[in-house]
Design a protein around this ligand. Structure first.
Ligand code: SF4
Ligand code: SF4
Length: 257
């Protein structure tokens, strides 16, 4: 399905433009899950059409020095990835939320109306993902091994149905209908880099004095980040909390205090 004649940089340019549009929606208070839907669909489609901006795999291609797969020089791809990490520090995990095709596919799957499972506990997924990141780094930098290839991330977006790894990632995608973003929260090496940056984000979700303490946002959040004590490193800016908040202006996206 991936059309090799389309340059990968198209995905990065889309990523930047979508990022700007999404931050604009959040900052103006107009972000809703309904308005996020077109971004999720386009991001997922770009994953299948150009395999970009699939940020976790493009990080691995940089680590493996795979210039053919990247479709751009290493410094350019590395620079783009660093820019997006800096943007997470400024604005939170907008990329993971709606721009990265791997995240978008899982977010779309979680919208399928079936019973949900899994814990909103914050620490365990972060610890597991940190361990996976160490394995990923050793595999890519030390052994030149393609860990995300084994998990099937490229096979899935290339629709390589003859490959076993395709079915591994397909299983993860199907699981994401009941467990919120299993790949992002437990595996993604790029998420492991973005989460610490986002936990210190300059612009973020926060409650205001208008909050009546009903805790509907906390019950709606699949990652436990609507708790006012949370750092928001695992907030995917999905919009579930703001959609259910009954008081206008009680939960806003703006400058951190
Ligand atoms: S529901 Fe949770 S993950 Fe989604 S935007 Fe709100 S705090 Fe972030
Ligand atoms: S849903 Fe809104 S009003 Fe209720 S606790 Fe959350 S921010 Fe406050």
């Amino acid at each position: 399905m991936v059309i090799e004649s389309i340059p990968k940089v198209v995905g990065f340019i889309y990523g930047l433009l979508a990022f700007i549009a999404l931050v604009g929606l959040w900052y103006s208070g107009r972000f809703t899950r309904r308005r996020a839907l077109p971004f999720l669909v386009i991001s997922a489609l770009l994953g299948f059409l150009v395999f970009a901006p699939v940020f976790p795999y493009q990080l691995q291609m940089v680590a493996l020095r795979d210039t053919v797969g990247l479709g751009s020089p290493i410094p350019m791809a590395l620079g783009a990835l660093l820019v997006f990490i800096a943007l997470a520090f400024a604005f939170g995990r907008v990329i993971c939320g709606q721009v990265c095709p791997a995240g978008a596919v899982q977010e779309l799957m979680y919208r399928v109306p079936v019973a949900k499972r899994g814990s909103a506990e914050r620490q365990t997924p972060v610890v597991i993902r940190a361990g996976v990141f160490v394995v990923f780094a050793v595999a890519a930098l030390g052994l030149s091994a393609d860990l995300l290839g084994l998990i099937g991330l490229p096979a899935f977006f290339h629709l390589a149905v003859g490959s076993v790894s395709f079915f591994v990632f397909l299983g993860i995608v199907l699981l994401s209908a009941v467990v919120y973003r299993p790949f992002c929260r437990y595996v993604c090496p790029y998420g492991a880099l973005l989460a610490p940056a986002a936990s210190k984000a300059l612009f973020r979700l926060r409650r205001t004095d208008a909050c009546i303490g009903c805790r509907k946002c906390e019950r709606a959040c699949p990652t436990g980040e609507a708790d006012p004590a949370a750092g928001l490193g695992e907030c995917y800016l999905c919009g579930r909390c703001t959609d259910v908040c009954p008081v206008e202006g009680a939960l806003v996206y703006g400058r951190a205090r």
